[in-house]
Write a protein that binds this ligand. Structure first.
Ligand SMILES: Nc1ncnc2c1ncn2[C@@H]1O[C@H](COP(=O)(O)OP(=O)(O)OP(=O)(O)O)[C@@H](O)[C@H]1O
Length: 262
């Protein structure tokens, strides 16, 4: 369970990234965060594993305050939280399996992982993780020889090797074409359903949010303006999130990645 209690984030320049957020995300949920650019989606997601520090309130993960955790406890808590980035964040010049194995670093000494020495069980886990995303045959290929969609699926496998209980995905498909978008989102959904991993995804695309989410949280200017099951995320509700009409002309639609803007 992830709980935000009266969480606000003010950046050093005074910009309010989040304003008094109170929300609980239950184990196994597939939550999609939507909102206009600058609404606070990244700030929200990155607060959970403290890539961003909040300035007020507290975030609890599995009942323990990550806001107050430090040192060893923070490292242990972060081990349970996998992160997926828009730009995949793989080490491109090394093999796919080495990238997946890097999900194990939180379990071993720095010295051991620097030398790239992992127990056999880790290699087996890494191969199983690659199997889940249908990329086991690419295990010994250099990562930069894979397509963008394949690289993103490797980064999903890395979170599986990490044995994460929560996956945070920050615009995971923003750099991908529609076909690869589907493959990546299908993998995230499959993993969520089969392994029960709580999944929180930031997305620009409303139609994909509706297709995959069990719950949608809408942010606007750092505040939660919608929180409900996907069936309740009607066009009218989404228009409220985006503060404008959803219908766009064909010309407008060409200019923007989602339908809900002008
Ligand atoms: N490092 C920073 N310093 C100052 N302001 C920031 C910083 N990072 C984000 N912000 C501001 O905080 C607000 C929320 O930004 P955030 O990146 O969380 O939004 P977002 O919904 O993820 O947007 P996008 O879809 O463009 O990534 C915006 O007004 C943004 O300009």
């Amino acid at each position: 369970m992830i709980e935000f209690k009266n969480v606000s984030k003010t950046y050093p320049n005074g910009t309010k990234g989040l304003k008094d957020i109170n929300v609980t995300i239950n184990p196994g949920e597939f939550v999609v965060i939507v909102g206009l650019s600058g609404a606070g989606k990244s700030t929200f997601l990155r607060s959970i594993n403290r890539l961003h520090e909040v300035t007020e309130g507290e975030i609890f993960v599995g009942g323990t305050s990550i806001t107050k955790a430090n040192g060893k406890q923070l490292r242990r808590m972060r081990r349970d939280i996998g992160m997926i980035f828009q730009q995949f964040n793989l080490v491109k010049r090394t093999t796919v399996i080495n990238n997946v194995l890097s999900g194990r670093v939180g379990y071993h000494s720095t010295f051991r992982t620097m030398l790239g020495i992992y127990p056999k069980a880790d290699t087996e886990l890494a191969l199983q993780s690659l199997e889940r995303v249908n990329l086991v045959e690419k295990a010994y290929t250099r990562s930069d020889q894979l397509s963008g969609g394949q690289q993103q699926r490797v980064s999903i496998a890395r979170t599986l090797a990490q044995e994460a209980k929560v996956i945070l995905a920050d615009e995971p498909v923003a750099s991908l074409d529609p076909l690869t978008t589907t493959q990546v989102m299908d993998d995230l959904k499959k993993i969520n359903q089969e392994l029960g991993i709580t999944t929180i995804v930031n997305l620009h695309f409303i139609d994909i949010a509706r297709q995959y989410a069990t719950r949608i949280i809408g942010l606007n200017a750092g505040e939660i303006v919608f929180d409900g099951p996907v069936e309740e995320a009607t066009d009218q509700k989404l228009a409220e999130i985006y503060g404008q009409k959803l219908e766009t002309t064909e010309e407008e639609a060409k200019e923007v990645p989602y339908v809900a803007t002008s």
